[in-house]
Design a protein around this ligand. Structure first.
Ligand code: IMP
Length: 427
């Protein structure tokens, strides 16, 4: 059985949750490998409607082991809340395991995320303020505290004392904020540790064992390629790698084991937070897409900026990840539009370019070059066979295939699990 990585190919919110929920029914393991509760994966299935921030979208498949890998930063309060909510809906979470190497989001991380954003004033990144950046900063600075550390309370106290001393100096001296109490944070996190202890494991070993048993392993991406700190629109990015290669590191799996990489694209583009989006529609078409698709952030509720499909960014995303196939989501959102545009190049200083610039200042100068296609102007949400799609919709998909040089394996025509057209076997 293969290892398949399901990767956000744009700026996040592409519908990875739905795709993973669908594929997970055949999987032995689903592992999240990056980000934290900045993610919001919407899943609508026979159990109900869920917005998962940390727990892998495979949790609804009863025989699937769900792993929050070492590459994720975990806010234990959010995780416990999510476990409780799922349990209340009758979803079993005893198959959920957390890497002992995954770093914790501490109260000072969330505080600092907000304070740092405010201090940037007009240059704010538009983060989710969930403490993601500060937690990954501490991981790199070797000041982080990991889930496994909660299992040794004495050692944890010393780690926390050291970190909190430092963080309280920053909170009080740089930002004029109140210090955090060691006793309170310690007591709170010891409680979290007690509740999470049964879930904390060396999860990389569990992944290896599943592979040895010949089971399908799904690496569930969070955020999207263009938010990658190296290859995204830096500094308007997140702090961990949403790329397929990030999947190896964040789940503890060798690159040689990954056999399929599925890039998930929306049929158009969206972005939440600051930073450039070359094909952004600041007009009524953008508003129409936002309202029709309810494009508001799952985690923060912020309106998402909407734009036409960007073929230049898509090609870049395909190259940097090595997609072997593509899933196109929300195609039905375009049902009502008489004409559709796809960006096939950028105009930069009177020249045509076909690459995605590495610098934001350059990207901001790029004007999209569009190709126009006819819309289909008929509802497609009830269609399950590719051949039954209107010819204009098939033409649209064919153009995306040409631009990405990748087969479109799956097309999503609605939010529910069943509203899916499976074209080729992904596995
Ligand atoms: P952070 O990850 O909270 O630090 O936010 C950094 C940037 O990534 C901001 O522009 C966020 O809006 C964006 N971002 C983070 N997570 C997601 C996501 O799951 N979907 C879409 N955008 C995200």
């Amino acid at each position: 059985m293969p290892v398949i990585a399901v990767i956000g190919a744009q700026w996040g919110d592409e519908g990875k949750g739905k795709v993973v929920d669908l594929l997970a029914q055949k999987a032995g393991v689903v592992a999240r490998f990056s980000g934290g509760d900045n993610a919001g994966h919407t899943v609508i299935n026979p159990h109900g409607e869920f917005r998962l921030h940390l727990i892998p979208s495979g949790i609804f498949s009863p025989r699937t082991v769900c792993i929050i890998g070492n590459g994720v930063v975990i806010n234990p309060a959010v995780l416990l809340d999510e476990i409780d909510q799922l349990n209340q809906c009758g979803v079993n979470t005893s198959n959920l395991f957390i890497s002992d190497r995954a770093h914790l989001i501490m109260p000072y991380h969330t505080l600092l995320d907000g304070l740092e954003e405010e201090s940037r004033a007009g240059k704010a990144l538009g983060t989710t303020r969930k403490g993601i950046g500060p937690a990954f900063t501490d991981k790199a600075a070797r000041l982080g505290i990991r889930t496994g550390d909660l299992l040794d309370k004495e050692a944890f106290l010393e780690q926390l004392r050291f970190a909190l001393d430092y963080k309280n100096t920053i909170l009080t001296k740089i930002y004029g904020a109140s210090p955090l109490s060691l006793d309170e944070v310690y007591a709170q996190y010891c409680q979290y540790g007690e509740r999470l202890a049964a879930h904390i494991r060396e999860t990389d070993i569990m992944v290896e064992e599943a592979l040895n048993r010949g089971e399908l392993v799904i690496l569930e991406g969070a955020q999207g390629t263009l938010l990658d700190p190296d290859f995204g629109t830096y500094p308007y990015t997140t702090s961990s790698s949403p790329l397929a290669s990030g999947g190896c590191l964040g789940a503890g799996i060798s690159p040689t084991k990954i056999s399929r990489i599925l890039g998930v694209f929306k049929a158009y583009c969206t972005r939440v937070g600051s930073g450039p989006i070359p094909t952004e529609l600041k007009d009524e078409t953008g508003d129409l897409i936002r309202e029709r698709a309810h494009e508001y952030g799952t985690t923060t509720g912020r309106p998402r900026r909407c734009g036409w499909f960007d073929g230049v960014a898509a090609r870049f995303s395909t190259r940097i990840n090595g997609f072997t196939g593509v899933a196109v989501t929300r195609l039905d959102v375009l049902d009502i539009l008489p004409r559709l545009k796809i960006c096939v190049g950028y105009k930069l200083n009177e020249k045509t370019i076909d690459y995605f610039p590495s610098r934001v200042s350059t990207l901001e100068k790029c004007q999209p070059i569009y190709e126009e296609l006819e819309g289909w102007q008929t509802p497609i949400s009830d269609i399950r066979q590719y051949e039954q799609l209107p010819p204009q919709a098939r033409q649209y998909i064919a153009r995306l295939e040409e631009l990405t040089s990748c087969p479109v394996n799956l097309i999503s025509v609605g939010a529910e699990r069943g509203q899916t057209i499976m074209r080729h076997d992904i596995l």
